[in-house]
Write a protein that binds this ligand. Structure first.
Ligand code: ATP
Ligand code: MG
Length: 455
C-alpha cells in the first residue's frame, strides 16, 4: 500500500482538519513492534494497554506519522515537524481511513460472515478469484473491528478483488464491518450456535449475521445458505442466490462423495468439482466460491484449478501422520455444536479406517445452556465411531450423556490431558483415525503434538 501525500492528506483533512503535510505513508500499523519504515502508527486504547505509551518504539522502528487521541500529552522526543493527526478516537479514525482507502482503490469487495466456515470460504473464494484477478484477502483470522480495517489498509492499490472475513461476538459488530467494507457480494455461510451466549437464540444469531446487508451495495448480490430456514424465510432488497442441498436452491449441491484426501460433488446438472477438504459442509463453502467465481467470469476448469492448487489456513481439519501408523485429524482450531457435529459426520463417512476415535473438549461461549449443548452432541456419536475420550469441564457432559444411553461406544472422561493421552496410546495404530476437536482456548494442539509421528 502507498498513500500518496495528496490524497492521504485530503482524507485526513476530512476528519481532523489538519493542513496538508509532506509525508507519504507506506503502511498502517497498530502494533509498535511491527511498525515499519514509513508507517503510520495508530495507537489503540485497549483494556490492558494503551498504544500511545508505545509511540517511542513505533518511532524508532520507522513510523513517520501517528494518529493521536485529542487531549493526550505528546511525548517530548517527537521532532517538532513529526506529523501527528489528532482525533477523538484512534480506532474510529483508522476505520474511517480504511473506508476511504477502500473507496479510493475501489476493488470488487466480497464480505463473508456466518457461524462456521468463514475462513474456509474466504480461502476458497480467494483461491478462485486469484486465478484471474489481483486479489487481496484477510490474513488468517483477522476478521474483527481492528483486523478488517487493517486488512483493507494493507491492500495493494492495484487490488481488483478484496475478500474479507467478518467475525463477531455481539450484535452490531457485523454492521460496523459491513459499513466499512461496503461489499459487492455478501455471503452468509450458515447459522449455527456460536456466541449464542451473547445473542440469545439462533434467531438472534441470524439477525446479527444479516447485518451484513446494511453495508451491501444496492446493486450487490447476497449469497447464502438456502437450507437454513431462518435465512430463507425473509425477503431481501438485493439480488439473492441461495446455495444448498435442497432442490429449491438456486445452486444445488448433490452426489457428494467424501474420499480419503478430497470431497467430490456435483453442482447443478453437469459440473463436477473436487475440493481438498473433507465433508459435505465444505461443498457448501465451495459452492459460494464457485458462485462468486462464475459471476466474475471464471470458468469451470479455472475454478477446479484453483481448488487443486489452494493453500488452507491451518488447524482446520488437517489430516496428519500420527504415531504407529495412525491418522490424526487436527481440528483443534475452534468448536461450536454445528462445527463439532460436522466434523464428527466427516469422521463417520471417511473410509477405510477400522477404528475411529474422537477426542473432544469444551465448546465455549454457549451461555447458560452449555450443558445441554454438550449433552446433545452424544446424539451425533453413533457407529462407526469406536471410542470417545473427553477432557474439560463441559465436555464431561458429552461423556455422561453417552454413558447414560445404550450406545455401545466406549466413552471415557479424563481429569487431565496427561491421563487422556496415556489412554489414547492403545488407539495409536494403523487403520486408526483420531479426531481432536475443542474450542481454541482448550489448547488441544498440545495433545495433537504429542501423538504426531516424530520425523
Ligand atoms: P471462526 O469463527 O473461528 O473464525 P470460521 O467461521 O472462520 O470460524 P472455519 O475456520 O472456516 O470457520 O471452520 C471452523 C470449523 O467449522 C471447522 O471445524 C469446520 O469443520 C466447520 N465448518 C466449516 N464450514 C462449515 C459449514 N458450512 N457448516 C458447518 N460447519 C462448518
Ligand atoms: Mg475464521
Amino acid at each position: 500500500m502507498l498513500f500518496n501525500t495528496d490524497w492521504l492528506m485530503r482524507l485526513f483533512e476530512d476528519f481532523t482538519g489538519m493542513p496538508e503535510n509532506d509525508v507519504s505513508v507506506h503502511s498502517v500499523e497498530t502494533d509498535s513492534r511491527k511498525a515499519a519504515e514509513k508507517s503510520l502508527f495508530v495507537p489503540l486504547v485497549g483494556e490492558k494497554f494503551d498504544g500511545h505509551d508505545y509511540i517511542k518504539q513505533a518511532f524508532d522502528n520507522g513510523a513517520i506519522a501517528t494518529f493521536w487521541k485529542k487531549g493526550k500529552p505528546l511525548p517530548n522526543f517527537l521532532p517538532a515537524d513529526f506529523p501527528v493527526f489528532f482525533v477523538e478516537d484512534t480506532l474510529l479514525a483508522m476505520q474511517q481511513l480504511a473506508k476511504a482507502y477502500r473507496d479510493k482503490v475501489d476493488p470488487v469487495v466480497i464480505g463473508i460472515t456466518g457461524s462456521n466456515g468463514k475462513t474456509t470460504t474466504k480461502d476458497l473464494v480467494s483461491a478462485v478469484v486469484w486465478q484471474k484477478y489481483n486479489t487481496h484477502f484477510t490474513n488468517g483470522n483477522f476478521n474483527n473491528h481492528i483486523g478488517l480495517p487493517l486488512t483493507i489498509l494493507s491492500m495493494d492499490p492495484k487490488t481488483e478483488v478484496l475478500v474479507l472475513e467478518m467475525g463477531m461476538n455481539h450484535s452490531g459488530e457485523i454492521a460496523t464491518l459491513t459499513k466499512i467494507a461496503e461489499p459487492d457480494y455478501g455471503i452468509i455461510t450458515n447459522i449455527g450456535e456460536a456466541h449464542i451466549e451473547y445473542l440469545g437464540s439462533r434467531e438472534g444469531i441470524a439477525r446479527a449475521k444479516l447485518e451484513i446487508l446494511q453495508g451491501l451495495k444496492h446493486d450487490g448480490i447476497f449469497i447464502f445458505n438456502g437450507d437454513e430456514p431462518l435465512l430463507q424465510m425473509q425477503t431481501y432488497a438485493q439480488e439473492t442466490i441461495t446455495c444448498g442441498f435442497h432442490e429449491d436452491n438456486d445452486i444445488v449441491i448433490h452426489d457428494v462423495s467424501v474420499e480419503a484426501q478430497q470431497t467430490v460433488f456435483r453442482l447443478g446438472a453437469d459440473e463436477t468439482y473436487r475440493i481438498p477438504l473433507l465433508g459435505e459442509h465444505h461443498c457448501q463453502n465451495a459452492a459460494y466460491a464457485i458462485t462468486v467465481g462464475k459471476k466474475l467470469g471464471l470458468q469451470h476448469h479455472e475454478i477446479q484449478r484453483a481448488f487443486d492448487e489452494m493453500k488452507l489456513t491451518g488447524m482446520r481439519f488437517e489430516m496428519l501422520k500420527g504415531k504407529n501408523g495412525s491418522i490424526i485429524i487436527n481440528d483443534a482450531y475452534n468448536a461450536s455444536p454445528s462445527s463439532m457435529r460436522a466434523s464428527i459426520e466427516v469422521v463417520k463417512q471417511l473410509k477405510p479406517y477400522a477404528v475411529k476415535v474422537l477426542v473432544l473438549g469444551d465448546m465455549f461461549e454457549l451461555g447458560s445452556d452449555a450443558e445441554q449443548w454438550h449433552r446433545q452432541m452424544a446424539d451425533s456419536i453413533t457407529e462407526p465411531i469406536s471410542a470417545v475420550l473427553t477432557y474439560g469441564h463441559d465436555a464431561q457432559y458429552i461423556a455422561s450423556a453417552m454413558n447414560s444411553g445404550q450406545t455401545g461406544i466406549t466413552c471415557e472422561h479424563f481429569a487431565s490431558k496427561e491421563e487422556l493421552l496415556k489412554n489414547l496410546q492403545t488407539y495409536l495404530r494403523p487403520e486408526a483415525l483420531i479426531l481432536f476437536k475443542a474450542s481454541r482456548g482448550m489448547n488441544f494442539e498440545t495433545m495433537v503434538n504429542e501423538v504426531l509421528e516424530v520425523t
